[in-house]
Design a protein around this ligand. Sequence first.
Ligand SMILES: Cc1cc2nc3c(=O)[nH]c(=O)nc-3n(C[C@H](O)[C@H](O)[C@H](O)COP(=O)(O)O)c2cc1C
Length: 451
Amino acid sequence: MRQMKLGLSIANLGYHYAAWRHPDVPEAGNMQFSHFRHCAKLAEAGKFDLIFLADSAAVRDLDDPAIARDLEHQLVKHEPLALLAAMAMVTKHVGLVCTASTTYTEPYNLARQLTTLDHMSRGRAGWNMVTSFSRDEARNFGLEKPLTSDERHARAAEYVDVFKGLEESWDDGALVHDKASGIFLDRSKMHLLKHKGRYFSVRGPLDIAPGPQRHIPVFTAGESDNAIELAARSADVVYGGQPNLELARAYYTTLKGRLAKYGRDHDDLLVLPGIMAFVGRTMQEARDKFDRMQRLILPRLGLGLLVVNGFPDYTGYDIDGPIPDLPMPSTIKSHGPSPLLQTLRNECSTIRELYERVSAGFWHMGVVGTPTSIADLMEEWFTTGAADGFNVQSPCIPVDSQDFVDLVIPELQRRGLFRTEYESATLRGSLGLKPAAARTMPRTRAEFATP
Ligand SMILES: Cc1cc2nc3c(=O)[nH]c(=O)nc-3n(C[C@H](O)[C@H](O)[C@H](O)COP(=O)(O)O)c2cc1C
């Protein structure tokens, strides 16, 4: 029976904007390893396929007076690779997916870093490939504004090919370690990549033997046509951001429909939409949890969230009054899907209602329910062509992750929809991806098709 793949997205203290004010959330946890150790062990206790660490290398919009960054907790975060290396030491089975930018890093560096993580974790490394869309990141790397989406994605396509080429730059069995003959490695089994492309010139080979997975699973996300094309071409897993079944099905169908163009099968790419779940033993308990969190959003924070998510600045208006008819800004600071904004605005009658909806993670599947109702929803998405699994975005971490593990996972397991034991030692294996073929022929990639 086909089973769901589940990621636990550990966004520090949680996806809810007021998460850090929850009495059981460690308010300083985003800088403390003890918090992440606890979360990593929890993910493994829940038999999650992977821990997912999203990232961007900047504090975004710090100086925009309309955005109350001083009230937010999500800007403060660790660099994910070092954090995952530490998490690898306190876990045995769970995958470790690290976000890294194709715009602000070089493929040789990243192939070294992730191959080492793959060795240290015995085959559990994953790479979430992002192209970095924000202006604040650009300003940390010598640019005034980000490269265009076309440019970022052309670079990413070449980058991921170089990355995979480096993963293939050794044949199996190259390390001989023969003390008697004195031969340490078989030189004939290491190959130059000799890549010269538009963005990169990389001679190779990698200075690290292939990791247990050889090909580290590549994750990505994004709804632009460029992002979808890159995913269909080069990714193993896509993290989806669709708020309802209809949009999720359409996204799933589009992605899977583009695989054939690249000679890939339907199951070569997994789609895991985000799910932000407030779970209670009863519906009342779930609603109480949700309401308690919503009450913790200060109006100034709420107004700022609207700006970040593409709405106008409503500062100065009565937050419990009607939503003023101001023009929608043309640029969106986050990656929220803009057509949804107008619908959401029409559904809400006050400014407070609007920011509360936004803070509940409107650009992913948001749900308040019991283990049964949440499992019903996940099953529907999973069995009707919208998802191959989910990336779980707990509102408050670790409290809501704990509830998900204690309440929802057993319900999914009871239905046969999720594993009860890890069946593989590697992330590739857990995800059911085809094993990477051993390298046999030297390969030179001089030219790259851009998406
Ligand atoms: C669900 C989801 C998660 C994302 N996570 C990240 C992330 O962690 N880091 C990042 O830099 N971009 C992230 N993005 C942004 C995308 O990588 C992409 O840049 C964005 O959708 C804008 O499209 P464009 O790059 O074609 O302009 C995410 C997008 C979505 C939909």
